[in-house]
Write a protein that binds this ligand. Structure first.
Ligand SMILES: Cc1ncc(COP(=O)(O)O)c(C=O)c1O
Length: 401
């Protein structure tokens, strides 16, 4: 053993590709290259002012001490109200936990429940962190491919085929990252019908993009659609994407008391309560009607249209219209195998993303990072003029292939 030897578990985790691209962008910017980043998973909007002031007030009023590990009474009340108002779900305080972002809650839920080798079904394309979290918790990710022609949604027969006696979890994410796909109540019901026969399986519903939907697409969450499975469903949400509060690190989850209790024990021995200041701000965020969303969604819809138009008129790209979130998952298979003007063959989606970063100075993420090669994810929650420039640059570069 040498002094720099890391734990064996570190072999099971890769650095997040989204963080890696941001690092690359920062390096290029430092070297004087004006890169436009379409890789970032956050809104460019500011946190609504009254929510920020609630955070400032919390500081001024000395709400700067430890709180209960799973969140203050006020926050849990606001979370319970949110679930009741928006999702017709009723949770008691001991069935709710707040944490430092949805990410921490997902991680703790997996860590609290997975024994070595137990399987977690993850539909692909998936959010980049799910498989690594599962392997860190010694579980085994079982990736189930979903297809563009099915709107990127998990099909009941594919779920049925993937289930085994060692399946512990199925992770659902709607609206989804990276595709923006939204499951209808009927589609969730069909998955619930399959899961009814597998009593050992827990269901994680990651609803972090819940209010970011277009074209009046309705939202349903698993526990609401399948109340008979609510006893084994964990509903995860947060204010990061809904209220442009990624930096505040405040997420929440609700589910059966035994699971919430276990997540609380893990949290009590690792990070304790989420920031008291963020909790105070989240109370206001969850209590108030989200009137700002009308304007936000109008802006995002305009940007979605702009990127879709760019894709439709660019060499070698195509995309289905996403129903939610702020990503477009563009098919780039037609460009694989083509040659750049410098004579390099574009071998895969990763090579294409990296060439676009050099040639167009636009950062996008390769689909293989999300478990689906042959695609590029473009996040369009950036300033309008920069998005315009990014679209022009991408189109110009793609024309060279
Ligand atoms: C699908 C999905 N779930 C969870 C998260 C994490 O959210 P939070 O900022 O609350 O940790 C993200 C962030 O990108 C995400 O895309």
């Amino acid at each position: 053993m040498n002094s720099q030897q890391l734990a064996r578990r570190m072999q099971r985790v890769r650095p997040s590709p989204t963080a890696a691209i941001s690092d690359q962008v920062r390096e290029l910017e430092a070297a004087g290259h004006p890169v436009i980043n379409l890789g970032e998973g956050e809104l460019d909007f500011s946190t609504p002012a009254n929510i920020s002031y609630a955070g400032i007030n919390a500081i001024v009023q000395h709400q700067t001490k430890y709180t209960a590990v799973s969140g203050t009474r006020e926050l849990k009340q606001a979370i319970a109200q949110k679930f009741s108002r928006d999702n017709q779900l009723n949770f008691a305080a001991h069935e709710i936990i707040a944490g430092s972002g949805a990410k921490q809650l997902i991680f703790n839920a997996l860590l609290a429940t997975l024994d070595a080798g137990q399987q977690v079904i993850i539909p692909a394309p998936y959010w980049v962190s799910y498989p690594d979290m599962v392997t860190l918790a010694e579980g085994e990710p079982v990736i189930v491919a979903c297809h563009e022609q099915h709107g990127w949604k998990l099909q009941p027969q594919d779920l049925a085929a993937a289930l085994t006696p060692t399946t512990r979890w199925v992770i659902l994410n709607s609206p989804g990252n990276p595709t923006g796909a939204i499951y209808s109540a009927q589609e969730l019901q069909a998955l619930a019908d399959v899961l009814s026969d597998h009593p050992q399986v827990l269901i994680m519903s990651d609803d972090i993009y819940e209010p970011l939907r277009y074209d009046n697409t309705p939202f349903s969450t698993f526990a609401q659609v399948a109340p008979h499975l609510a006893e084994r469903t964990l509903t995860v949400n947060g204010v990061s994407k809904s209220h442009a509060m990624t930096g505040w690190r405040l997420g929440y989850a609700a589910g059966p008391a035994w699971l919430i209790g276990a997540m609380q024990i893990l949290q009590s021995q690792s990070t304790s309560n989420p920031s008291s200041i963020s909790q105070a701000a989240a109370v206001v965020a969850l209590q108030q009607p989200a009137e700002f969303l009308v304007e936000w969604m109008a802006i995002l819809e305009r940007r979605r249209k702009q990127v879709l138009e760019m894709i439709a008129t660019s060499n070698g790209l195509s995309a289905t219209t996403p129903q939610g979130a702020f990503y477009i998952f563009a098919n780039c298979n037609a460009l694989i195998g083509r040659s750049t003007p410098e004579g390099t063959i574009i071998r895969d989606d990763k090579a294409l993303a990296s060439w676009l970063l050099q040639d167009a100075q636009v950062a996008v993420l390769h689909g293989s990072a999300f478990g689906t090669p042959g695609y590029l994810r473009m996040a369009y929650a950036i300033d309008d003029s920069m998005l315009d420039l990014a679209c022009q640059r991408l189109k110009t570069s793609l024309a060279k292939l």
